[in-house]
Design a protein. Structure first.
Length: 399
């Protein structure tokens, strides 16, 4: 079964898409105004946190996500940390998040002095399981003196932090209803979901605050960068202030009125991001075509399922993924595909199994998350894989 699956993957990539040599998991694609905008920064000297491209980038991000406000940061982890800090998360607090996510989600919580509280994930969305979350909040937590307290750890439950895994939207309506019922803010980790839509609404501005990442492996990149999205003007101003070292200008003198963070994105990075956003719709369209190509290629192999979006979602398919029957099949698939020069990767190791988070509280046994981790493999997902096929076909037609 595994050998047939690998041959199907190799045939699709090398024969149909005409990909040659080593095939990366995900590569950035610079095909527009990137060099022109970056060169403008260099030519004018505006390369640091002041400069017109930062404001322009924030305006473009807000427009792409239907957010009222966007605050550009140096990376997605900094954006998460700043959002949590700005909402008052600190020592003695727990923040609910999935065990199945990138480590930055939990690290940002820990950097606030708080504790991640892990909940399970659903195999049909890869995100937080709202039913299990609701049961946990109802049966394992108490309302005490205006706060929600986790009975097992004694920690105040300060927020819910859902993550759109690999660009696939989680059920934000169900999570939002629970958050409102228990009086909790929602920090929407959309670091992988720029361009994805939940019930025809862009991901990123569906919670109290949202967070994006523009790392080099994301669908649009600034090299390193992130952003906070917010619809509350007062909260946005607070976060912007804290993220620029809590500085207020007093004539020619800078005054810092509280402990802040040096998290503002440099103009040089924002320039790259402005150019990338001009191609965002095309990137999403190509990645969706690539994912559906994988779905078609594996259609006659019942033991392998290409992960597909839910009916209420429109995913950017940041990373395409397959689910294999078990861990042994997953490991064989990974070994064989990488030996053939095709970069595939397993899902992250569950955060609850990492040494620094083994003692963190969890809502239950996390059976769903463990099952996904044991069976999921990410496939090559660069949008230019399809563009390469188109270029080869065009060249053949000319000849």
């Amino acid at each position: 079964m595994t050998r047939r699956a690998i041959e199907t993957l190799e045939s699709y990539l090398r024969d149909e898409l005409r990909a040659q040599g080593q095939i990366a998991l995900h590569e950035p694609w610079f095909r527009g105004n990137e060099w022109r905008y970056v060169r403008e920064c260099i030519d004018t000297g505006w390369v640091s946190t002041a400069g017109s491209f930062v404001d322009r980038f924030e305006t473009a991000i807000a427009a792409a996500t239907d957010a009222a406000h966007a605050i550009a940061t140096v990376n997605g982890t900094a954006a998460l940390h700043l959002a949590l800090h700005g909402l008052g998360v600190g020592r003695g607090d727990a923040v609910i998040c999935p065990a199945l996510t990138f480590v930055a989600t939990a690290n940002a919580i820990a950097q606030c002095g708080a504790t991640p509280l892990f909940v399970d994930s659903r195999s049909d969305s890869l995100g937080i399981d709202p039913d299990k979350l609701g049961s946990f909040l109802t049966h394992a937590c108490d309302r005490t003196a205006g706060a929600l307290v986790h009975r097992g750890s004694g920690l105040r439950v300060a927020a819910i932090l859902p993550v759109h895994i690999f660009g696939h939207p989680v059920d934000m309506d169900a999570i939002g209803a629970l958050a409102r019922g228990f009086g909790l803010p929602v920090i929407e980790d959309a670091t992988e979901a720029l361009g994805s839509r939940y019930r025809d609404r862009p991901c990123g501005a569906l919670g109290t605050v949202g967070v994006l990442s523009f790392n080099g492996n994301k669908i649009a990149t600034t090299g390193g960068g992130g952003a906070i999205l917010c619809n509350d003007a007062a909260l946005a101003e607070k976060l912007r202030h804290l993220g620029t070292t809590a500085r207020r200008d007093d004539g020619y003198q800078h005054v810092h009125d509280q402990i802040g963070f040096n998290y503002r994105m440099p103009n040089l990075n924002a320039a790259l991001g402005c150019a990338q956003l001009e191609s965002l719709d095309e990137f999403v369209a190509l990645k969706r075509r690539l994912a559906h190509g994988y779905i078609d290629a594996f259609a006659n192999q019942p033991d392998i399922a290409v992960f597909a979006e839910q009916p209420w979602a429109r995913s950017n398919y940041w990373l395409s993924a397959v689910l294999l029957p078990d861990r042994a099949a997953r490991d064989a698939f990974l070994a064989d595909s990488n030996a053939r020069g095709i970069a595939t990767r397993p899902c992250w190791r569950l955060l609850c199994d990492l040494p620094m988070y083994r003692d963190a509280p969890r809502a239950d046994a996390l059976d769903g998350a463990h099952d996904i981790e044991a069976r999921l493999v990410n496939l090559p997902s660069s949008p230019q894989l399809l563009a390469q096929q188109t270029a080869v076909a065009a060249a053949s037609a000319i000849r």
